[in-house]
Design a protein around this ligand. Structure first.
Ligand SMILES: Nc1ncnc2c1ncn2[C@@H]1O[C@H](COP(=O)(O)OP(=O)(O)O)[C@@H](O)[C@H]1O
Ligand SMILES: Nc1ncnc2c1ncn2[C@H]1C[C@H](O)[C@@H](COP(=O)(O)O)O1
Length: 204
């Protein structure tokens, strides 16, 4: 079984992935953030570092895809390789922060990799509006994320909505998280578990 949690920066993916892995006793796969050699530089100068960061995330996410394929374990994954390409890289190109030449180069590598990627059994999209994302990013307190603009988050949210509305690769569960506090309220976490189990009925 492979479940992936998807959503904008600060939506609660890492938190939910951790809680689900603990609840089901499954392995969790997290994004390469703390040891990422480009992320801090990227936020200081997006145009200069966007290509290097995209290639780094693509490689690191593809390593996870390979591990999921080979391990045979039940895995909960925090963000997918699709988001790197369809959300972040595309958005940087739209914003003029990743040149057409670099984006086309990136896209051709991604399209090659995509043929090796299997969709998760269930994709859980954590939908959140921009003011709530800002609050949660602030609560998390990573210094280099202080420069993230409302414009950047709004554009990413638009990309997410577009991508999710056309997602047909597998089962999809959309959870509106702004009125949920699955960290502090067990009943809110229970609500999410019920939804997941209803989607995966028969697969558990
Ligand atoms: N539903 C929620 N209710 C309250 N706080 C939340 C919720 N989801 C996430 N948080 C908090 O918001 C911050 C960002 O969450 P995180 O899981 O790191 O988001 P993501 O991995 O999507 O970027 C963390 O401090 C986390 O504790
Ligand atoms: N592909 C990416 N391009 C740019 N930035 C990215 C990409 N993938 C993740 N990120 C950033 C966004 C956050 O600052 C950190 C961690 O993501 P989060 O949504 O908070 O788990 O990496």
């Amino acid at each position: 079984m492979h479940i992936a949690v998807t959503g904008n920066i600060g939506a609660g993916k890492t938190t939910l992935t951790t809680m689900l892995a603990k609840h089901y006793g499954w392995s969790a796969q997290f994004e390469d953030v703390d040891h990422n050699p480009y992320l801090e530089d990227f936020y200081a100068d997006m145009s200069k570092w966007s290509f290097a960061l995209q290639i780094y995330f693509l490689g690191s996410r593809f390593r996870q895809v390979k591990e999921i394929r080979e391990s045979g374990k039940n895995i909960i994954q925090d963000r997918t390789i699709y988001e790197d390409a369809h959300i972040f890289a595309e958005n940087l190109n739209d914003m003029g922060l990743l040149s057409d030449r670099d984006f086309n180069n990136y896209a051709s590598v991604f399209s090659l990799m995509k043929s090796f990627v299997s969709a998760p059994d269930l994709l859980i999209y954590l939908k959140s509006d921009v003011p709530n994302l800002v609050k949660k990013i602030y609560k998390r307190g990573r210094e280099y994320e202080a420069s993230i603009s409302i414009e950047y988050l709004s554009k990413l949210n638009q990309k997410y909505e577009k991508w999710i509305s056309g997602y047909t690769e597998g089962k999809l569960l959309i959870i509106e998280v702004d009125d949920l506090d699955f960290v502090e309220k067990p009943e809110d976490f229970g609500f999410i578990l019920e939804k997941i189990e209803a989607e995966l009925n028969g697969l558990f």
